[in-house]
Every structure is written in C-alpha cells, then in structure tokens.
Design a protein around this ligand. Structure first.
Ligand code: ZN
Length: 480
C-alpha cells in the first residue's frame, strides 16, 4: 500500500468544546460543580419544564468576548441565540440553545508551529452552546439512567477552517488553544473531566487538487494522544479505501480505544437536520463597545508574548522560556520563585528539572504542587549560603516534595550540613592523602588531573558533605 503522503493530502478542521469556568449554568443559577450527586444541580429551567424562561449568564458572554479578543476574532455587536433541535434522552428540552446565524465571534486565528514554520490556523467562529446531560448505562442490564447535572452548562464551541494537514498540526493547535483558554482563565482545560474535548473532521484529496474530498467526523475525543491516534488511523483507513477504488461515506465515527480503530456511529447529518431557528425566549444580544473594551484588560499576556518577555527580562534561552510558558501554572510558579530568589537561570533549571520530574511522577499540575515557591526557594538559599551542596539539594528534593517537611528540617535530621570547617576537612584530607601515596606522588610530578581524583576521595570520605570548593582549595595548598 502506498503511503498516504505520496498520493493524498489530509484536510482537517476542528470543532472544540470547552466548558466555561462559570459558577452557574448558562441560563439558570444551578451550580456547574463537577462530581455532585446525580440530578442534584438541576431546576425547572435546565430540566426543560414548560413555562419557564432562560436568563443569560453575564459571565458567559464576558468569557466569550475574552476568547474572541485573544484570538483576533471580530466581536459582533449584535448576535442571536438559536434552538438546535434533536431528540435524545439526555436532552430534556428537545433542543440545545446555541448560536447559528450571527455568532458572537468570527474570523479569528491562532498561530501554530508547523513543519514549514509558524502558520495561522483560521478560526471560523466561536459561539456559546449549552451542554446536554449524560446517559449512564447500568452494567449488566439493558437499562440506562440520565444525569442532568451537566444539562445547561455553558460550552464555548470553537470551529476552525479546514486548515490543518496532519495529526501533529492538530495536536499543536489543540495545545495552543487550550493554553490560551487556560491563560484567559475561562476554562480549566481538564481533559479527563471533559472540560476540553474535540471533534476533528477529516477528508483526503489527491495532491494538487483544490476540491475537498468527502469528510468524516470523529466524535468527542478528550486526549491529545487519542486525537493523534484517531487521525492517523483515519488517514490510513481512508487512503486504503481510495486506493482500492472505493468511496468515502460522509459519516460520524467514534474512536474505539480498545480496538485502536474508528467505528461508524451514524451516517451523515447536515445543519438542516437540526431545524435551527431563533430562540423566541431570548432577545438578541447587543454588546456595547464599552463592555467589549472592558473585557480587554482581562485578556492577559498570552503564551507567545510571555515567552518573549521571559527571554528579554530573565535572559533565558528560547527553549527554556518555551518550556516554562507552555503552561500558565508553570510560568506563574517560575515567576513567583524569581521574585523571591533573583537567579532566573538557577530557578529555571530546578523548575524544568527536579520539580517537573516530581510533578510528572505524581501526575500533579504545577498549580497544585505540594512544594510551594517559597519552599523551593528556601532550598535554593541553603545551597547559595553554602549550608548544603548542590548534590545534596538534588538528593533531598524528592523528600521535600513528598514528606511535607521543610528543607531545613530534612537537612538537620539527616545531618547533611555541608562541612566547610578547615579543621574538620584537614582531618579527612590527611586520611585520604595517607591512603593514596601513588596519586600524591603523581601530582607532585606535575600530573594535575589527579587532583580531581583526590577531591572525589575526600568527598566520598565525608559522605558527600564536604564543601567541594573548599576541599579543592585546601588540597592545592597541601600539595603545592
Ligand atoms: Zn438549572
């Protein structure tokens, strides 16, 4: 079978649903808290009782404007809400309130790093949609139950133009968009809890052809790895069908994790299947200029700008600055440390090295690090003051991370205070020199590199506690 990229070009667009970080739902005052008892966060409005009226949550609109401003969208001064009608047991009203014509945000872009350099991925539109409930299938029975806690939760739907060409580009875009949403503090980006999920649509076309092929939609994927796997699988599958002279069906497919393949969920659906029409319960939304401008101050420094500032303000390499600013939580952590300990390069090494290793091992986000910036800084200060060696600091960090003890406590308990006292060091040096007469003679004959060996022996004899600078100095004095 020919490789896909020899004959066909993938054309991929994305729909992302991001749950907004509001306390209450989009059109009622029910809580949006995750993990509550089933059907405890519901009211007549989100249950779709007759005669009730939705009231738009002000915060939702603000969050949408922030995203629009941050992604260079035009913000519509007037937009309307529409009913998207379909039947499903977890949708009590029989429709979702969404936007169809006249969404709030349109025509924006996000820049991604692609193989040929940085490139803009165009955002067609971003609008508000309310979430549906959740069907829970009861294991071992044919029965299902419905939990409507999520019904009416505000979602931001962000739709791109079909500008992406590979699974890697899709992942780059998703990571970039998730960073922006998290930087703006409008979405927590939690993929496990479904706060950030995507639906790619994908078609192939012969290289050089302008017209798009028939597209397939992949439903609700909530991890970067799954989206990459699903797209790569789908590219291979479609290539095979086309190479064998077959036709691609327009359909929606699901990613089956266990089988590592996509499976048909339903055949094609079009916008008119949803019979969109303006919601008669909601008046058109008019946005005053002042309101839009007021949101601008919340559009915080975005990752790309912060990266550049880290390079110029802290003299970090592009690479280090990129790693630190890839997550807002990590960047915030780094800056908190530097405020207390003004050695950006040292702090950056520790945050990217020891701290990241422990966070990854325990699956913890930097915002929830058990080692607060103050505590990491107190460890760095112990090294700076010469109380402990860098080596000891590295060795005790996992314990600082997991035990909740302060670095000072651990150093005291384990007797790790660095020995800089000349009297104490001289005694150890005496022993080492007595044990290694050959090396001493070699050094005196001019073989300078033996010194490193002798320093190592002294360090070893001191249990790693000797101050290496001091040992070096004393040895030179004695042998010189
Ligand atoms: Zn409600």
């Amino acid at each position: 079978m020919a490789l896909w990229n020899e004959r066909y070009e993938p054309v991929i667009g994305l729909e992302v649903h991001a749950q907004l970080l509001t306390e209450s739902k989009a059109f009622c005052s029910c809580s949006t808290r995750f993990g509550a008892d089933p059907n405890s966060n519901v009211c007549p409005v989100c249950l779709g009782m007759p005669g009730v009226l939705p009231v738009l949550n002000h915060q939702v609109v603000e969050f949408l404007i922030r995203l629009g401003l941050a992604t260079h969208c035009s913000i519509a001064p007037r937009s309307i809400f529409a009913r998207k009608n379909y039947f499903y047991p977890d949708l009590p009203k029989g429709y979702q309130i969404s936007q169809y014509e006249a969404p709030i945000c349109e025509h924006g872009w996000i820049e991604i790093a692609a193989s040929e350099g940085n490139r803009r991925v165009r955002i067609r539109r971003a609008h508000l949609e309310e979430d549906a409930g959740k069907s829970v299938h009861i294991a071992g029975t044919n029965g299902s139950r419905v939990d409507l806690n999520r019904a009416g939760t505000p979602l931001l739907e962000i739709v791109t133009e079909p500008d992406l060409r590979s699974a890697d580009e899709v992942v780059a875009y998703l990571k970039g968009l998730r960073d922006v949403l998290m930087y703006l503090e409008v979405c927590d980006g939690n993929m496990d809890e479904g706060s950030f999920r995507c639906e790619p649509n994908l078609s192939l076309r012969p290289l050089g052809q302008k017209e798009f092929g028939t597209k397939v939609e992949l439903k609700n994927i909530n991890s970067f790895k799954f989206v990459k796997d699903a797209i790569e699988y789908e590219i291979k599958r479609q290539t095979k069908v086309l190479n064998e002279g077959g036709k691609i069906n327009q359909e929606t497919r699901l990613w089956n994790l266990d089988r590592g393949e996509t499976v048909v969920m339903r055949s094609k659906e079009e916008a008119h299947d949803y019979r969109y029409f303006p919601d008669p319960d909601l008046v058109p939304l008019k946005l005053e200029k002042e309101w839009i401008e007021g949101c601008r101050k919340h559009v915080a420094e975005l990752p790309a700008a912060r990266l550049q500032r880290f390079v110029s303000e802290f003299a970090l390499s592009e690479y280090d600055a990129g790693v630190l600013t890839a997550s807002k939580a990590v960047a915030d952590y780094f800056e908190s440390c530097v405020k207390l300990f003004n050695q950006p390069k040292t702090v950056s090494n520790w945050v990217m090295g020891e701290l990241t290793r422990e966070l990854n091992n325990s699956g913890t986000d930097a915002s929830a690090s058990p080692v607060l910036p103050e505590r990491l800084v107190s460890l760095l200060q112990l090294v700076e003051q010469g109380t402990i060696s860098l080596k000891v600091a590295r060795e005790i960090f996992p314990e600082v991370y997991s035990s909740g003890k302060t670095p000072e406590q651990i150093v005291q308990e384990k007797g790790l205070i660095q020995v800089s006292d000349e009297g104490a060091l001289d005694k150890i040096i005496d022993e080492v020199l007595a044990k290694n007469p050959t090396q001493v003679a070699q050094f005196k004959e001019g073989k300078q590199q033996v010194l490193g060996f002798l320093v190592g022996q002294v360090m070893k004899a001191s249990g790693g506690k000797a101050n290496p600078g001091k040992v070096n100095e004393l040895l030179r004095k004695r042998l010189g």
